[in-house]
Design a protein. Structure first.
Ligand SMILES: O=C(O)C(=O)/C=C/C=C/O
Length: 487
């Protein structure tokens, strides 16, 4: 068998193939796709040092317009290799081709272009303070880069989330060391090629592959020259990173887990709400931190809604990424599927009524070696059941009836997480009233995962720390000073 393709590191403007290797396995059929170089402590240290040195090089003297021009060139480079990036993302995640083409790639390009333009348009504060002696104080804000930013991206939206952080981090003059998830290294490796070709100066963008504890992730977050960490992933990993950077009091921006609720009132547009909840529960095979795993439906329409959502779930087609009409790819790995299947078993132990799903599909072909599960709906569990409280991160939701606003608000907020919530109602007075009282970072009304990149994005409670998006990203990726001049 020919040797599998090798995904290199990218350190200080050079691709590096030396080092241990780990397998990149297809979640569609379990075959070996490629291998990636696992960066050791010395290679991570060199990447961080290169990023630190690059701050003192030409990049440190670039103006915002000059950085923006380069980021637009990176976006152009992604556009020029659109199909290669789609192929990489689809290979690693098994997602349907149309999802990579309509979400992941357009967003990666938008992430660079949006923050390039926002950085150039950014206007900072100043103010004058009259003094009792008739003098005047003139205050103005100075915005500098934080320094070296560690970017640790997850496997569920690999390129989208890597570039969501990279765009503003670079636009604000930082240098970065990125570690994509070990589950999905391919699109990040392609991005390094695009960065290299676009002429990003050596050391400004560095890419290390590997795992978390005892591997590249830990080496990176513990590096003394790191000024900040931007991480999207599980809450417990976020907590471990916080511990790793605590002694150095580093800046952190975390977008972590969720146990997001959808609330459907009897006055909602029924078909729109059914379609919306089916999409928010099963989108990307339920592997989005914003996905719905708790559905609350006002009692008068509960039975009808359950039947309609069941029909939607059963109409979803799991299959190969390039199959016509395929809606559902596999979970990202057999290991993650085992976690989701353990909740399928737990739900039965906790007494759930399985409305649909709860098992793996049988294809009778190579896909049986993949990581597919059926979209699943439960009902009948108490609010304190583990399947109603713990993040599962699969195509699954629990649906329960409610009788009034105060009750459903209490139940929605009764969660250690606080990321997102979708409200389905045509009474917008009620929507606005509830939106202010739901303890989450992101509320959608009669919509889900509709995004404006200028808005604040992030979670409360265990769902994260800080907000990125628009000026919130510019602020996080800047070291802001105030200068006060006595006139
Ligand atoms: O859409 C975004 O900008 C974003 O950050 C999505 C995060 C999803 C996490 O699972």
């Amino acid at each position: 068998m020919s040797r599998p393709a090798l995904l290199p590191l990218y350190i200080n403007g050079r691709f590096e193939e030396e080092g241990a290797r780990f397998d990149n396995i297809s979640p569609v059929d379990g075959r070996l796709l490629s291998q990636a170089v696992e960066a050791d402590a010395a290679q991570v240290a060199r990447a961080v040092q290169a990023a630190s040195d690059a701050l003192q090089g030409p990049w440190g003297r670039y103006s915002a317009p000059e950085r923006a021009a380069l980021l637009h060139k990176v976006a152009d480079g992604i556009q020029a290799r659109f199909d290669d990036f789609v192929a990489a993302e689809v290979a690693d995640t098994g997602r349907p081709l149309h999802l990579a083409r309509t979400l992941d790639l357009p967003r990666a390009i938008a992430n660079f272009r949006t923050f390039a333009d926002l950085a150039v348009a950014q206007i900072d504060d100043c103010c004058e303070t009259p003094q009792a002696d008739g003098g005047l104080l003139f205050n103005y804000t100075v915005r500098k880069p934080l320094g070296v930013v560690a970017v640790i991206a997850p496997w569920n939206l690999p390129l989208l989330l890597l570039t969501w952080k990279l765009g503003p981090a670079l636009a604000m003059g930082n240098t970065v060391v990125c570690k994509p998830s070990e589950e999905t290294p391919s699109s990040a490796a392609l991005l390094a090629e695009v960065m290299d070709k676009a002429g990003i100066p050596a050391g400004v963008f560095n890419l290390v592959h590997g795992f978390g504890p005892g591997s590249a992730g830990e080496f990176l977050t513990r590096a003394p020259q790191i000024s900040a960490v931007s991480f999207t992933g599980e809450s417990r990993t976020g907590s471990a990173i916080m511990k790793a950077v605590a002694d150095g009091v580093k800046d952190i921006s975390f977008e972590l887990g969720g146990k997001n609720a959808a609330v459907v009132f009897a006055d909602a547009d029924f078909d729109t709400a059914v379609a919306g909840v089916a999409r928010s529960s099963f989108f990307n095979t339920g592997q989005v931190c914003l996905c719905t795993e708790r559905v609350y439906v006002e009692r008068p329409i509960f039975d009808r809604f359950v039947a309609a959502l069941k029909a939607r779930a059963e109409a979803l087609k799991p299959g190969y990424p390039d199959e016509d009409g395929v809606d559902l790819g596999p979970l990202v790995s057999r290991q993650h599927r085992d976690k989701v299947l353990s909740y399928f078993a737990l739900a039965r132990e906790e007494g759930a009524v399985v409305v649909t799903g709860g098992e793996t599909p049988r294809f009778g072909d190579a896909r049986d070696q993949g990581a597919y599960v059926r979209p699943t709906i439960w009902t009948g569990l108490p609010d304190h059941a583990r399947c109603v409280r713990e993040e599962i991160f699969g195509p699954v939701c629990h649906i329960a009836p409610f009788d009034d606003e105060e009750e459903v608000l209490r139940r929605v907020n009764d969660s250690p997480y606080g990321l997102a919530c979708a409200l389905w109602t045509q009474r917008l007075d009620r929507a606005h009233r509830l939106a202010r009282r739901v303890q989450v970072g992101i509320v959608w009304v009669n919509a889900w995962y509709a995004r404006d990149l200028r808005t604040p994005f992030g979670g409360s409670k265990l769902s994260g720390l800080g907000r990125e998006g628009g000026r919130h990203s510019l602020d996080f990726y800047s070291d802001i000073s105030n200068v006060c001049v006595k006139l």
